[in-house]
Design a protein around this ligand. Structure first.
Ligand SMILES: [Fe+2]
Length: 205
């Protein structure tokens, strides 16, 4: 497994291969399977079935060699596979930065969404190739694949921001993002959206 660069990090260029989703030189890669997403999907039985049905890879995160330490500016490429579990579109775990600091995402391929939640308000940014989504300090964030192809984006974030995944388990994200279907439309009494997704209120059940 590739590692982060030792300090001090030298000036460098990093090549991204969009077809392969790889970085060169590359740092560590994180792979999240369905079993890693316990407690995040609304429909627990559907989640359990998906784990039993081969425990698919939901997303992967390829990091550059810039380490996550204060004052450095790490980058990573996240690729979320297309899919839905219990109608809920495949997504990242989502996290809050314990040290409230901003972050940007740049859409590279596919269609996605950036869901942000500050504990009271929820915001949604649709992400297509070339879109920069900005997360201000204090807004938890989660990415969702809303298309039929893999959705990839570049993240650039302060190395000292940290990742608090438990915050999302405790506070939710305000809204859930479902594939727009006749069933979902009927359940929510609306006609869906242009993006083919539906939003429903987050609940602990
Ligand atoms: Fe972040």
């Amino acid at each position: 497994m590739s590692e982060y660069s030792p300090l001090p990090v030298p000036p460098m260029s990093i090549r991204f291969d969009p077809a392969a989703g790889t970085l060169s030189p590359e740092g560590p890669t994180l792979t999240r399977r369905m079993s890693d997403l316990e407690g995040l999907f609304r429909d627990r039985a559907a989640w359990e079935q998906a784990v039993a049905d081969g425990d698919p890879v939901v997303y992967s995160v390829v990091s550059s060699q810039v380490p996550e330490v204060d004052r450095e500016l790490p980058q990573s490429i996240t690729t979320i596979q297309p899919g839905a579990t219990g109608g809920e579109l495949w997504m990242t775990k989502g996290h809050q930065h314990p040290n409230h600091q901003g972050e940007i995402y740049l859409g590279i391929s596919g269609r996605g969404g950036l869901l942000m939640f500050d504990g009271a308000e929820t915001r949604w940014v649709e992400m297509t190739p070339g879109t920069i989504g900005y997360m201000p300090p204090g807004w938890a964030h989660r990415s969702i694949n809303i298309g039929s192809e893999p959705y990839s984006f570049l993240a650039v974030y302060p190395g000292g921001a940290g990742h608090d995944y438990g915050w999302v388990l405790e506070h939710g994200m305000g809204l859930r993002v479902l594939a727009a279907t006749d069933d979902n439309t009927a359940a929510n009494g609306n006609t869906g959206t242009d993006t083919g997704v539906e939003f429903v209120a987050y609940s602990g059940d």
